[in-house]
Ligand binder design. Structure first.
Ligand code: SF4
Ligand code: SF4
Length: 540
């Protein structure tokens, strides 16, 4: 965990909801250690042609802004008000009903009123009123308007990088105001004057340089996949192939790079490889499209488009029929909400049809990209997989709905369908913390870094309390999820709040249960942990 000191859980959970004595416009930002993220390194901005590359940190008095920074921001705001109808609407229609106020995990876990979604939006809205509405121009503060100053810019930075763009608050807004879209515009404006965080910009720069967030070279991708194939052989006795950059494959498979390179995601990747081997899928990994994640979502609309385009360029180059996507979060939000407008429709690909079951995925008619849990649940439903769920009897599971597949796609049933067929002990967390109301891990949108550790633990607290609930009631020891960032951030969150619960991908769970042709007797799961001894002589 971080070198920054964090209080013990029993202290952090004593949350002070008392608002400051000063009015919100008069309460300056306090850049307290553990609650903000380091600035983007100049070399990464330069690589991406982003403006105002320099050495600075948020706690500096002087942020070394361009001389005309205010004009740049206001011009940027005007341009976006004209371009995005949603942004204009979200600036105008909030009635301050407060329905969203207590729905953000950062407010629940931290008690800072500026983390109430309604007030977070007001940080931007107040400047919008001042410069773009008649009432704001005439009546200023009386109309909820304020000047754009350096202190306001610092406040934007602090709070727009304390929003994970999870969209939980928007589920409760009677007007459908999407705070994530407001945060995205806020971050985009900050980017115009070079105020961004390294945990977002470095992965983006790496993606352009080597294809993935971690900056792994193509030979490194190959080595890692070969290494995972060795591990599969060791556990199962079956040698799986590693098709890479294979021209003419039926399907391009794109996963988040966290699944190639970081535990526990690597076990999920082993799961994909075992599944594809078992059904004889003609697919390929790619070293160019070696990243499903799209950190453009946390940078700018232009960056979303550029990163998403890589996947489709590779599909075209390899001549595949359609694309299968792994257990990733924001890849899917981009696919479902932006892809068609930005880069689509992908008419050069075919409407996805499973080569194993013949099922036509009509929902992917336009994007030509199918979610792995849709694909796998269809295999199970058609009886194409032999599963022994007893191999997961050492696991007492719960499932975390990752924000993007849940709220951006409505993908609730497919992962649960796979889980229920791959394991026997599954327990849901409380109803108001799952499905579309799921709580964020607290570390998405580039905030999963070590220097921001206190805010991560605070923001993840509501999710952790729901896990603690099922741990106490059902002795849950494992949480499944379908997002690479979740697999990383939830692991740290569980260590802090609910020790004894570890995290896994759904396809790790599936492949533990998958009975493969020619396999040896399995004595351990994919992690090498011993299977529970059987007390009966049940056969499959
Ligand atoms: S729920 Fe919607 S309308 Fe009500 S305060 Fe929040 S953003 Fe505004
Ligand atoms: S973190 Fe999520 S719930 Fe909080 S304001 Fe942002 S989008 Fe809304």
């Amino acid at each position: 965990m971080s070198s920054i000191k964090i209080s013990k859980p029993e202290e952090l959970i004593r949350i002070d909801y008392e608002p400051p004595r000063t009015a919100w416009m008069d309460t300056p930002v306090d850049f307290r250690p553990g609650t903000w993220s380091y600035s983007a390194a100049a070399k990464n901005l330069t690589y991406l042609d982003l403006p105002n590359a320099r050495a600075w940190q948020p706690y500096d008095e002087n942020w070394k802004l361009p001389e005309n920074w205010k004009q740049i921001i206001l011009d940027g705001m005007r341009e976006r008000l004209e371009k995005y109808r949603s942004f204009k609407l979200f600036m105008d229609i909030c009635v301050r009903c407060g329905a969203c106020a207590d729905k953000c995990h950062f407010y629940i876990g931290g008690g800072d009123p500026k983390n109430m979604p309604v007030l977070r939006a007001e940080l931007l809205r107040s400047v919008y009123r001042r410069y773009f509405t008649e009432s704001g121009r005439r009546f200023g503060r009386l109309a909820g308007a304020r000047d754009l100053t350096v202190d306001v810019l610092k406040e934007w930075f602090y709070y727009f990088y304390q929003c994970t763009e999870c969209r939980r608050c928007s589920v409760f807004c009677p007007y459908g105001i999407d705070q994530a879209e407001i945060t995205m515009i806020g971050r985009e404006l900050l980017n115009l004057v070079g105020c961004n965080i390294n945990w977002v910009i470095e992965p983006v720069a790496n993606c352009f340089r080597t294809g993935n967030h971690l900056g792994i070279q193509p030979n490194g991708v190959k080595d890692m996949l070969d290494f995972l194939a060795d591990d599969i052989q060791d556990r199962t006795g079956v040698r799986v192939e590693v098709p890479l950059n294979k021209k003419g494959a039926d399907i391009l498979f794109v996963a988040p790079s966290g699944d190639f390179f970081a535990d526990p995601g690597t076990y999920t990747c082993m799961g994909y490889m075992m599944l594809f081997h078992e059904i004889g899928l003609n697919y390929t990994f790619s070293t160019y499209a070696s990243e499903g994640g799209n950190f453009g979502l946390f940078t700018s609309h232009e960056m979303i488009k550029r990163l998403n385009a890589k996947i489709y360029a590779e599909a075209r180059r390899l001549g595949v029929k359609w694309i299968l996507g792994g257990e990733c979060g924001h890849m899917w939000r981009v696919l479902h909400e932006y892809m068609d407008t930005m880069n689509g429709p992908a008419d050069f690909l075919q409407e996805p049809v499973s080569p194993i079951t013949g099922t036509r995925f009509e929902n992917a008619r336009s994007t030509k990209m199918v979610h792995i849990t849709e694909f796998t649940s269809d295999l199970i439903r058609n009886g194409k997989l032999k599963l022994d769920p007893r191999r997961n009897d050492h696991l007492r599971l719960t499932f975390h709905d990752s924000c993007n597949p849940a709220r951006a796609m409505g993908l609730f049933e497919e992962p649960r369908y796979v889980i229920r067929h791959a394991a026997r002990y599954f327990y849901e967390m409380p109803e108001d913390t799952i499905r579309e109301k799921t709580f964020c891990c607290g570390g998405g949108a580039g905030l999963g870094n070590d220097e921001n550790i206190e805010m991560r633990m605070r923001g993840g607290m509501p999710r952790a309390m729901a896990v603690r609930h099922v741990r106490q009631r059902h002795d849950v020891n494992r949480m499944a999820c379908i997002c690479a960032i979740d697999r990383s951030t939830l692991s740290a969150l569980m260590d802090y709040w609910v020790p004894g619960v570890t995290v896994m991908g759904v396809h790790e769970l599936l492949s533990n249960a998958l009975v493969m042709k020619g396999e040896k007797e399995r004595t351990t799961d994919l992690r090498g942990e011993p299977l529970k001894e059987r007390t009966d002589d049940e056969t499959l």
